[in-house]
Design a protein around this ligand. Structure first.
Ligand SMILES: Nc1ncnc2c1ncn2[C@@H]1O[C@H](COP(=O)(O)OP(=O)(O)OP(=O)(O)O)[C@@H](O)[C@H]1O
Length: 604
């Protein structure tokens, strides 16, 4: 370098690096030049280096960067710690993505619409007093304007910013951030902000720094909803030299961490779960699944039994699959919890380690997953495919979160809710199982409300509802273990089969319900079949006050399922069966079976 601060050809030669192809691909050339801390004033020689893609000139004394006009392929420019006064004082390189002009002497932001490729712009330690000219920077994801003289947050509308740093300015109010939907990191420390309002609706915001401000709020008047906030932190205010009494930021810290623990809505969790599995699955080789039969636009039939833990859905799923083995097979989920006494691997669940489970997630093997009671549960695609290959409908049980997640998938199961009607009985049942701690029982009981609220607020969310038949279930467990079919079970099975088709619901509901449960439950159930709203617990008298069903009605329920069909369905079934000749391939027969099944579940 010459003494007068001029960059020479020899210096350039020493500082070039990364030999590569020019943007046109026709020449080999150096792509990167880095000349930091040489007190450079004159870099005009760089006009000859037209192929540079990365230029680093920090810690010099440069005032003029017009040489960049001759670098049409430049992608990264670092001219921090110089004496630049001109904001982008050069012709725009078309693909310029990252620019660092921090620690210069710039004061006015000009229109940057010619720099539409910009993704990162660092302008710390200048003298800007307003944010301007960024409207057309539709790729800008990282903007830093720390330690300037900015007094208002504006000029950022609809930018795809993920990181925004406005530390050390003169900002008094958080405003105009609501359109920054992608914002994840926000640094507003060392300003003069007095209120927390203005942070609402930034759903991805996970890291906020409000250190050294004038925030006085101590009530919960501001709710910041931070979803997916893995590393959220609010740095406590440490310097309190203002005259006004200010409540230290830890108050705010408490608010934020409390909000972080607040569960995001189930739809949000489900969307995230679905997205994760979809992305991992798309990363795998794509195949056509057996569950896509019989045609791409007809959904593969699935039955999902849902309800709080131990409400009988697992037992019902197994019994349905046994009694109606022509239609259903059990889809065993994976879990990281250990097997209970008597549970066999592969029959109730596939029991796997946490590591195996995480590997399966990453291999895109799950359709949905959920954490419950500190363990992972997941429905794998293979569980569904295994059943689909048999030409059967997959029957699974899961908690509400799983239902939400599955509703995002392209499967269109029928969802049946099993809900306890008498809390005391449910608690007795949980105790009788002997598996659960009181905390676990409390959780299970508290979730009843979640289900009934969902049913109340989202009519049609569940395709049908079965009250939890406490007495019946207990009795049934006894007979089931002996392997007998009881009239109750048959009627329940018939009910289940028919419940899949809403057309027969009213016709058989009285018989089944009156037979299967107490009068109180029957009334409630019958009521909910019409209104689709769950009754409240308070409306349900104690079990002791009700009368049991009569034997006469019991006998009526043991008739064949087909007797419950109307002539249309019988004809349809006959037609389908007539077509299932031995000459047909298994795939064709299978699709007929599916068609028949669809009529049963009311999809055709
Ligand atoms: N893939 C899944 N997604 C969501 N929830 C699931 C899934 N698999 C199982 N579950 C549910 O997780 C809860 C806990 O399951 P677990 O088998 O440990 O409970 P349990 O005490 O045996 O009760 P249950 O008789 O209801 O299965 C149950 O409500 C179960 O239905």
């Amino acid at each position: 370098m010459k003494n007068d601060g001029e960059l020479t050809e020899d210096d350039v030669f020493d500082c070039l690096s990364i030999l590569g192809q020019s943007a046109s691909g026709l020449q080999h050339t150096y792509l990167c030049l880095s000349v930091p801390g040489r007190d450079l004033k004159n870099v005009s020689i760089l006009c000859n280096y037209i192929y540079l893609q990365k230029l680093e000139l920090p810690y010099n004394k440069i005032k003029d960067l017009s040489c960049v006009s001759h670098m049409p392929h430049l992608i990264i420019l670092d001219a921090s710690h110089n004496q630049l006064t001109d904001f982008f004082g050069f012709q725009p390189p078309k693909n310029l993505k990252e620019v660092n002009f921090s620690h210069n002497q710039m004061s006015v932001m000009n229109d940057l619409s010619a720099y539409s490729s910009l993704t990162k712009l660092i302008l710390d330690y200048n003298s800007f007093s307003a944010i301007r000219g960024l409207e057309k920077c539709k790729r800008l994801s990282h903007l830093s304007l720390a330690h300037n003289n900015i007094s208002r947050i504006r000029g950022l509308d609809h930018l795809p910013l993920r990181k925004l740093c406005l530390r050390g300015n003169l900002i008094q109010k958080i405003e105009n951030l609501q359109t920054l939907r992608n914002l994840q990191v926000l640094d507003l420390s060392c300003n003069q902000i007095q209120s927390l309002s203005g942070l609402q609706n930034l759903h991805l915001l996970g890291n906020i720094n409000l250190e050294s401000n004038l925030v006085k709020e101590r009530s919960n008047s501001c709710h910041i909803t931070v979803y997916y906030a893995n590393d959220s932190k609010v740095i406590p205010q440490s310097i309190t030299h203002q005259k006004e009494p200010i409540y230290p930021i830890p108050v705010f810290h408490f608010q934020v961490s409390a909000v972080n623990k607040y569960d995001p809505p189930l739809e949000v969790i489900a969307a995230r779960d679905h997205m994760t599995h979809l992305v991992y699955q798309l990363m795998q080789p794509q195949v056509i699944f057996d569950s896509t039969l019989p045609s791409l636009d007809a959904p593969y039939p699935m039955l999902v039994l849902t309800g709080p833990q131990a409400c009988g859905k697992r037992e019902l799923a197994h019994k349905l699959c046994q009694e109606f083995s022509d239609y259903f097979a059990y889809g065993a989920c994976h879990t990281t919890r250990g097997p209970y006494y008597g549970e066999e691997d592969g029959s109730d669940y596939h029991f796997v380690t946490e590591e195996e489970f995480q590997n399966m997630i990453q291999m895109g093997q799950f359709v949905q997953t959920m954490q419950y009671g500190g363990h992972w549960y997941g429905l794998s695609r293979e569980a569904i495919e295994g059943v689909a290959r048999e030409g059967l409908a997959c029957c699974v049980h899961m908690e509400l979160e799983g239902v939400y997640s599955l509703k995002n998938s392209y499967f269109e199961p029928r969802y049946v809710l099993l809900i306890p009607t008498v809390v005391d009985n449910y608690v007795c049942f949980l105790k009788a199982r002997g598996f659960y701690s009181s905390a676990q029982m409390e959780t299970a009981v508290s979730r009843i409300d979640l289900y009934s609220k969902t049913n109340r607020e989202l009519p049609g969310f569940f395709d049908n509802i079965i009250p939890f038949f406490t007495k019946m279930l207990l009795a049934k467990q006894h007979t089931w273990t002996k392997g007998h079919k009881t009239p109750n079970l048959i009627s329940w099975g018939l009910y289940m089969k028919s419940v899949l088709s809403a057309r027969y619901f009213d016709r058989i509901i009285k018989n089944i319900v009156v037979n299967s449960c107490t009068q109180c439950e029957a009334m409630a159930f019958h009521g909910c079949s019409h209104s689709r709203h769950l009754f409240t617990m308070a409306e349900c008298p104690n079990d002791n006050s009700v009368v049991d069903a009569t034997g006469e009605l019991l006998a009526a329920n043991t008739t064949e399922a087909t007797d419950l069909m109307d002539s249309y369905s019988r004809n349809y079934q006959n037609k389908i069966q007539a077509q299932m000749t031995p000459q047909q391939t298994p795939a064709v027969s299978q699709s007929y079976r599916f068609c028949y099944f669809y009529t049963l579940i009311g999809l055709i």
